[in-house]
Design a protein around this ligand. Structure first.
Ligand code: PNW
Length: 510
C-alpha cells in the first residue's frame, strides 16, 4: 500500500486522499498487548526557574541572555512553562491522558551547579524527587533523559562536546543521576538527538552554542558524544543494572530521506548515513565505527583540502568495541521526510569544508507537502513506515521506542491538523509493526506548548495549550488531547472517534 501511496503522493495527491483510496482509514486498528504510551518534554523547554535555588547557567541561558533576539520572538526559557513550580499540574495532565509513562529530562546545571560531582544541589534533587514520586503515586513510569541540550556553560567554556574530557564529566554526572534516582527510574536515555547537538550547535548556528565551525567541530562533537554516551551506558550496566533492573539507551533524530528519482538512490543512502547513520552505525551495526561512506568521503576531501588528517576523528579499536552495542533500545525521534539529490558542488569555495559539502547531496521538501508551524516539518507518514522498516532491516531488528513524534501549530485549541498527523503516523507505525518492526513504545511530543529553541514560543507542539501570559502558565487541553486520551484508553486507533468535550476528567485507576 505504501508504494501505491507514494506514487499518488508524488502526483500531488494528499496523504489523506491516498489513505482513503487504500480504504484503510475506516478500520479500527489495535495496538499490541503491552504497548506503552507517553508524552515528552525537556528541562530547558519547560522548567523555568533558571537561576532559582542554586541552579547555575547553561548554554541556553547564556545564549538567550547574551543575544535576546537570537530567538524568533526575542524570548527565552527563564520562566517557560514554570514546571519547576507547576509540576503537580503536569502530573495531573499525565493522569488526565491516562499515560503509561512520561519522558522528561534532568537539568545538569540544576543538579550539579559546578558541573562536577563536588557539589550536589539539594533543591534540584528535591525537585526531581518530588516529580518522580508524584508520578509513581499514579503508576506513571518516569523515562529520564540525562542530556537534552542544556550543557552547563562552564563546560562549554572548556570546549563542551569538542573536549574529550567530557567523557569523564558526563560519566560522573550520569553516575550521580543513577545513584539519586535509579531506585525509581527504570527507563534511561543518555542523550537526546546527537545530530542536532553536534551539527546544529557546533557545525552550524541554529542551536546553542552556535559555533559555526563547519566540517570540523560537528565531527569532533560526534565522536566525543558517542564515547560519553557509551561511558554512561557501561556505568549503568556494570554498577546499577543488577540492582535496579532498568533499561538504558540513546535517542537519535531520524528523518526519512527519499531519493528524488531512481538515479538518486545512492545520494539518499549517503545522506541517511551522514544524518543519522553517523550515530546509529557505531552503536547498532555489527561492525561498529562511523559509516564507511563517511570515513571515505571525509578522508579524501580532507587530504585534497590540505588537512594533515581526516576531519572525521578516528575511533581506536577499543573505543569501537566500547560504543558498539551500547544501547538496549533504539530511541527514535521522528517528525518528517526529505527528498534528496546528488550535488557535488554544494557550496561555494568559502564554505568548504562543510558537512553538506562532505555529503555531496541536497535535501528539500516540496511545497505541496502538508506543512506545520515549523518550516522543516511536513506531514509525510509514509516516510515513518519506510524509516521503521529500514531500521529493522539494517540493524537486526532492534527494540524501538518512539521517544518523540508530533506536529506544530500556532495557538488555538482546535487542532484538527495535529489530530490528523497523529492518526496518520500511528497508522504508519502499526503498518511497520505488522511488517515485523519491534516498536514497543510511542511518545507524543509534546505534553504541552513550550520553548521551541530558536523558534521561541511561535511553534506550538502541545497536546495542552499553555497561556504564556498568565502567571501560572495555565494549561488547557486541545482537541488532540482528547483524541490521544481515547487512543491510549482504548489501545486502538479509530478514525471515527470525535470528542466534543472541553473539560478533562481523570479516569479510575489514574
Ligand atoms: C526535537 N529537524 O528537535 C527535540 O528533541 C525537541 O526538543 C524539539 O522541541 C522537538 O523536536 C520539536 O522541534 C528537533 O530539523 C529539531 O529535523 C529539529 C529537527 C528535528 C527534531
Amino acid at each position: 500500500m505504501w508504494a501505491f501511496c507514494f506514487i499518488l503522493l508524488t502526483s500531488y495527491a494528499t496523504l489523506s486522499e491516498c489513505k482513503a483510496a487504500a480504504g484503510k482509514r475506516h478500520d479500527v486498528r489495535h495496538f499490541p498487548d503491552g504497548f506503552l504510551f507517553g508524552t515528552s518534554t525537556a528541562a530547558y523547554q519547560i522548567e523555568g526557574a533558571w537561576d532559582e535555588d542554586g541552579k547555575s547557567e547553561n548554554i541556553w541561558d547564556h545564549l538567550t541572555h547574551e543575544d535576546p533576539c537570537a530567538t524568533k520572538d526575542c524570548s527565552n526559557g527563564d520562566i517557560a512553562d514554570d514546571s519547576y513550580h507547576q509540576y503537580k499540574r503536569d502530573v495531573e495532565m499525565l493522569r488526565e491522558l491516562g499515560l503509561d509513562f512520561y519522558r522528561f529530562s534532568l537539568s545538569w546545571s540544576r543538579l550539579l551547579p559546578t558541573s562536577f560531582p563536588d557539589k550536589i544541589n539539594e533543591a534540584g534533587v528535591a525537585y526531581y524527587n518530588n516529580l518522580i514520586n508524584e508520578m509513581l503515586k499514579y503508576n506513571i513510569e518516569p523515562m529520564v533523559t540525562l542530556y537534552h541540550w542544556d550543557l552547563p556553560q562552564k563546560l562549554q567554556d572548556l570546549g563542551g562536546w569538542a573536549n574529550p574530557n567530557i567523557v569523564d564529566w558526563f560519566g560522573d554526572y550520569a553516575r550521580i543521576a543513577f545513584e539519586l534516582f535509579g531506585d525509581r527510574v527504570k527507563y534511561w536515555i543518555t542523550m537526546n538527538e546527537p545530530r542536532e547537538v553536534c551539527y546544529q550547535g557546533y557545525g552550524f548556528v541554529s542551536m546553542a552554542p552556535r559555533l559555526n565551525i563547519q566540517g570540523v567541530a560537528e565531527y569532533m562533537c560526534a565522536k566525543n558524544l558517542l564515547v560519553a554516551h557509551a561511558r554512561a551506558y557501561h556505568i549503568y550496566d556494570e554498577e546499577f543494572r543488577a540492582l535496579y533492573g532498568g533499561t538504558i539507551g540513546i535517542t537519535l533524530s531520524t528523518s526519512w530521506y527519499e531519493p528524488e528519482s531512481e538515479r538518486e538512490v545512492e545520494a539518499a543512502e549517503d545522506t541517511t548515513q551522514f544524518e543519522w547513520g553517523q550515530y546509529a552505525h557505531p552503536i547498532f551495526s555489527e561492525s561498529g565505527d562511523f559509516p564507511p561512506v563517511m570515513k571515505e568521503k571525509i578522508a579524501a576531501k580532507s587530504t585534497a583540502q590540505g588537512f594533515y588528517r581526516s576531519r572525521l576523528p578516528e575511533f581506536t579499536p577499543e573505543e569501537i568495541e566500547y560504543v558498539r552495542g551500547s544501547s538496549d533500545f533504539f530511541g527514535l525521534n521522528h517528525y518528517t521526510s526529505y527528498l534528496v539529490y546528488r550535488n557535488e558542488s554544494v557550496y561555494t569555495a568559502n564554505e568548504i569544508p562543510s558537512y553538506y559539502d562532505d555529503m555531496e547531496s541536497m535535501v528539500y521538501q516540496p511545497n505541496h507537502w502538508d506543512g506545520s508551524a515549523s518550516e522543516w516539518l511536513k506531514k509525510t507518514s509514509w516516510g515513518f513506515y519506510n524509516l521503521l522498516m529500514k531500521i529493522k532491516n539494517d540493524y537486526n531488528n532492534p527494540i524501538i521506542y518512539i521517544t518523540e513524534n508530533g506536529f506544530s501549530t500556532t495557538s488555538g485549541l482546535d487542532d484538527d491538523d495535529r489530530i490528523l498527523y497523529y492518526r496518520e503516523y500511528l497508522d504508519a507505525m502499526l503498518d511497520a509493526i505488522e511488517g515485523g518492526a519491534h516498536v514497543e513504545a510511542y511518545t507524543a511530543w509534546s505534553l504541552m506548548d513550550n520553548f521551541e529553541w530558536l523558534a521561541g514560543y511561535t511553534a506550538r507542539f502541545g497536546l495542552y495549550e499553555v497561556d504564556f501570559g498568565s502567571p501560572e502558565r495555565t494549561r488547557t487541553p486541545r482537541k488532540s488531547a482528547f483524541v490521544y486520551k481515547e487512543i491510549v484508553r482504548s489501545r486502538s486507533l479509530d478514525w471515527h472517534y470525535e470528542s466534543d468535550s472541553t473539560s478533562m476528567t481523570i479516569d479510575e485507576g489514574h
